[in-house]
Design a protein around this ligand. Structure first.
Ligand SMILES: Nc1ncnc2c1ncn2[C@@H]1O[C@H](COP(=O)(O)OP(=O)(O)OP(=O)(O)O)[C@@H](O)[C@H]1O
Ligand SMILES: [Mg+2]
Length: 455
């Protein structure tokens, strides 16, 4: 009974002793399960990161890697353990200038740096990658002599298993392609924007300059227009005065010569009629006979005056025919003067507005040559040359000093030379009177053909 009690007491003692052990085991199991769970959660977290996270040893052989490796199609996470990082990330790469290799080498040469990074286009990965490396401090690792050490004692002859190697560097590879592209796009956009702004500014400057040029041109043109308007007003006023004087002269001539002659003729006819009524027919006949030369002279006078006026033939037959007629009439009036016409132009070569001008200048110049120059020969020349239409009236008379004559005539209120110049210049001609005492005279007008309206 005692034995059995003893036995019972012994078993109970053993049971009692085993109790805390069991409790410890249960707690250990519970802790292990928690650790496993924490490990799993940690792995799931790291696996779900978009970055490639790698832990390497001091030779940059992979100790741990997350599942981004598979998403980047670089192999299975278990297959790459223990393999060189460079060989896994850049399979088959033997480029000396490989950025990743340089990064690894640099780290191996200067191992003390705790953190490093670089960013580059990785042609192998076909991504723009930022690589950051963080040195894992020794203190973060459990020492081999500490309880629960993960790094076991090393047998130098036996290569370490992956789980036995010391984590040296944590690498995080981030795909920054999209970021880079966005950045590039932004930079390019900014550059493009700047270029466009520059271009637009340049265009604006150019059109501004062009605008300024146009404004200046318009101002100059309007100034020139004002000047030419006032010049043409002055010219037309002068021309009107000249025409007015011409009319007066013709009126005086009509009054003094034709009117006087007609009065004398009328008187003579009246007288002859009275004599005839008294039966003195012979005396009356004599008187009438004596009137014939006077009537003839008056007719000549009327013809001369009509030539001074614009001849009808200018409108009916044109300037070429009229100049021929004019020269014949003058030859008839002044039989001692040789009048020559040289016409090297067709009617259609001479614009309509120039025809009267040409006639008036010819008329005045020929009159002057005969009246003042007492010329024996007067030449009228009209030529349509390729560049210009040229009118020249030259005589072999006494000649004169044109400057002196013009200023004298201005004082006397003369018409001829002044009105010739006005008419010529008003119609756009270059006008010139060349003469020297004793050397005859040339009156010349030239119209540039370019820009002349024919009708
Ligand atoms: N061909 C010429 N030969 C010589 N002297 C001339 C000739 N043409 C003009 N003169 C001189 O120039 C002056 C001015 O000529 P202009 O034709 O202007 O006036 P005018 O003939 O005297 O008068 P108007 O023409 O008004 O009847 C003349 O008085 C004359 O002295
Ligand atoms: Mg004259």
């Amino acid at each position: 009974m005692e034995d059995s009690l003893n036995i019972e007491g012994g078993a109970q003692g053993t049971l009692a002793r085993a109790q805390p052990l069991r409790e410890q085991l249960r707690r250990l199991g519970e802790e292990f399960r928690l650790v496993e769970q924490a490990k799993l959660e940690w792995e799931v977290t790291v696996d779900s990161l978009p970055q490639l996270v790698v832990i390497v040893d001091e030779h940059f052989n992979i100790l741990r890697v997350n599942r981004t490796l598979e998403r980047w199609a670089l192999g299975g996470v278990r297959d790459v353990l223990g393999r060189a990082l460079h060989a896994v990330v850049h399979p088959g790469c033997n480029r000396r200038q490989c950025d990743l290799l340089q990064f690894i080498r640099h780290w191996q040469i200067t191992p003390l740096e705790s953190q490093r990074a670089y960013e580059a286009m990785d042609t192998r990965l076909r991504r723009y990658v930022r690589i950051e490396g963080f040195r894992i401090p020794e203190s973060d690792l459990l020492r081999p002599d500490e309880p629960g050490a993960v790094i076991s004692q090393v047998n130098p002859r036996q290569p370490l298993r992956v789980s036995e190697r010391r984590p040296h560097v944590l690498l995080v590879l981030t795909d920054v392609t999209e970021l880079k592209q966005a950045e590039d796009l932004r930079t390019r956009g900014a550059v493009e924007l700047e270029r466009r702004v520059e271009q637009r500014t340049e265009e604006l400057l150019r059109s501004n300059q062009e605008l300024m040029r146009v404004i200046v041109e318009r101002e100059e043109a309007s100034q020139a227009l004002k000047e030419s308007q006032s010049e043409s007003k002055m010219l037309s006023a002068q021309l009107q005065t000249a025409q007015e004087r011409e009319r007066k002269r013709i009126a005086v001539e009509l009054h003094d010569s034709v009117n006087q002659s007609l009065s004398a003729i009328k008187f003579s006819i009246g007288h002859a009629t009275q004599i005839a009524q008294r039966g003195q027919t012979d005396a009356a006949m004599q008187m009438l006979d004596a009137l014939v030369p006077m009537v003839q002279a008056t007719m000549e006078e009327v013809r001369r005056i009509s030539m001074d006026l614009r001849p009808r033939s200018l409108d009916d037959f044109g300037i070429i025919t009229t100049l021929g007629w004019f020269s014949r009439e003058f030859s008839r009036l002044y039989q001692e003067v040789e009048i020559v016409t040289l016409l090297r132009a067709e009617e259609e070569d001479i614009p309509v507005p120039l025809r009267t001008v040409i006639y008036r200048i010819t008329q005045e110049a020929v009159n002057n040559a005969i009246k003042h120059g007492k010329a024996a020969r007067v030449e009228i020349s009209l030529a349509a040359l390729p560049e210009v239409i040229e009118l020249a009236i030259s005589d072999n008379g006494r000649g004169f000093d044109p400057d002196e004559a013009v200023s004298r005539k201005r004082l006397e209120g003369g018409l001829g030379l002044g009105s010739m110049r006005e008419r010529a210049e008003f119609s756009g001609a270059a006008f010139e009177v060349r003469s020297l005492p004793g050397r005859g005279c040339v009156v010349q007008a030239q119209w540039a053909r370019h820009g002349l309206a024919v009708r």
